[in-house]
Design a protein around this ligand. Structure first.
Ligand code: ATP
Length: 136
């Protein structure tokens, strides 16, 4: 019998941010966005710093995901990432401040390492603001 759900787990080094049976998982891989429905063939991707989305009981839940890896096999989907938050849990004022700090750091960056670090912090803040606004 084909399954109707995917067992989805969003894991950081600190905790399991979210775990449940869902109807679909969407995320942004470094090669582009993808969506997984139940009974999809096995699939793996590295993830961009962006949002991910699941559908549970017909409702969307949005997450910010700070890169990492995605694996799907036997109707089990796992995201392993350095940090992730449920959109509705995100502190937008904190993310806005992080964005401003990153933009200032980018303006003052002298080495390629400075630029890389600032761009990374900016991407994290933008992903959080995106997840928070879409998660309303
Ligand atoms: P900041 O400069 O605001 O700390 P950051 O990008 O350096 O942002 P991370 O190192 O990615 O933060 O995350 C550290 C911890 O704080 C993680 O547990 C992450 O989930 C949490 N976190 C970071 N920013 C936010 C936010 N805006 N709202 C809620 N949790 C956040």
């Amino acid at each position: 019998m084909p399954e109707k759900t995917i067992h989805f787990k969003l894991v950081t080094p600190e905790k399991i941010v979210f775990e449940d049976d869902v109807e679909a998982v969407y995320a942004k891989g470094v090669k582009g966005s993808f969506g997984i429905l139940p009974n999809h063939i096995p699939f793996m991707s590295t993830l961009s710093i962006d949002i991910a989305k699941i559908v549970k009981n017909g409702e969307e839940i949005i997450f910010s995901v700070m890169g990492g890896a995605f694996q799907f096999k036997n109707n089990e989907a796992v995201i392993l990432t350095e940090a992730a938050e449920i959109g509705s849990d995100i502190d937008t004022a904190r993310a806005q401040l992080a964005k401003e700090r990153a933009e200032a750091a980018l303006g003052k960056a002298e080495t390629s390492k400075d630029v890389k670090l600032a761009n990374n912090a900016l991407a994290r803040a933008m992903a959080r603001l995106k997840a928070a606004s879409k998660g309303q």
